[in-house]
Design a protein around this ligand. Structure first.
Ligand code: CA
Ligand code: CA
Ligand code: CA
Ligand code: CA
Length: 153
């Protein structure tokens, strides 16, 4: 019996010896974690996210957002211009409907609605200094209809 017990103790001891090297390996520091602690550079203020473009709105710094890029910036989806305005990237400004289409009929006169003198911006034959025609329409925008016409009766 004593011999059998000794053998059992030896087997258990061997098992412990085998487990030791595995434990040592687990305790070793991992290099990838150390590298991640430094991390890539991230924005700290929205001003750091500003790009050279005007018409894509103002990006914001929000590293926690799922839409953030590698630097932590989130692109804006809103135009910087008010409703109805058009964005002009070349001049970094918003164009009002009058800026874009102040002279719809292209007679070189801007519509009255946009501060110009064209009393009918849908008709290129009607503008200040246009020749008045005898058609019961005020062509020259002086609020007098057919003033140059001699009505024959
Ligand atoms: Ca016009
Ligand atoms: Ca006109
Ligand atoms: Ca007329
Ligand atoms: Ca007239």
């Amino acid at each position: 019996m004593p011999r059998l017990l000794l053998s059992f103790v030896l087997i258990v001891a061997c098992g412990d010896d085998d487990a030791l090297p595995a434990d040592a390996g687990t305790d070793a520091p991992r290099l990838p974690d150390a590298g991640r602690d430094a991390g890539p550079p991230q924005c700290t203020a929205s001003s750091e996210c500003d790009d050279a473009l005007f018409c894509d709105g103002v990006p914001t710094c929000d590293p926690a957002s799922p839409f953030a890029d590698d630097f932590g910036c989130v692109a804006s989806t809103e135009s910087p211009c008010p409703e109805g305005f058009t964005c002009d990237e070349e001049r970094d400004r918003c164009l009002s409907p009058c800026d874009v289409a102040g002279d719809v009929d292209e007679d070189t006169y801007v519509s009255e609605a946009c501060g110009g003198a064209d009393c009918d911006d849908t008709d290129p034959t009607i503008f200040p200094s246009a020749t008045e025609a005898c058609d019961e329409v005020d062509q020259d925008c002086d609020d007098v209809v057919d003033e140059d016409c001699v009505v024959e009766e």
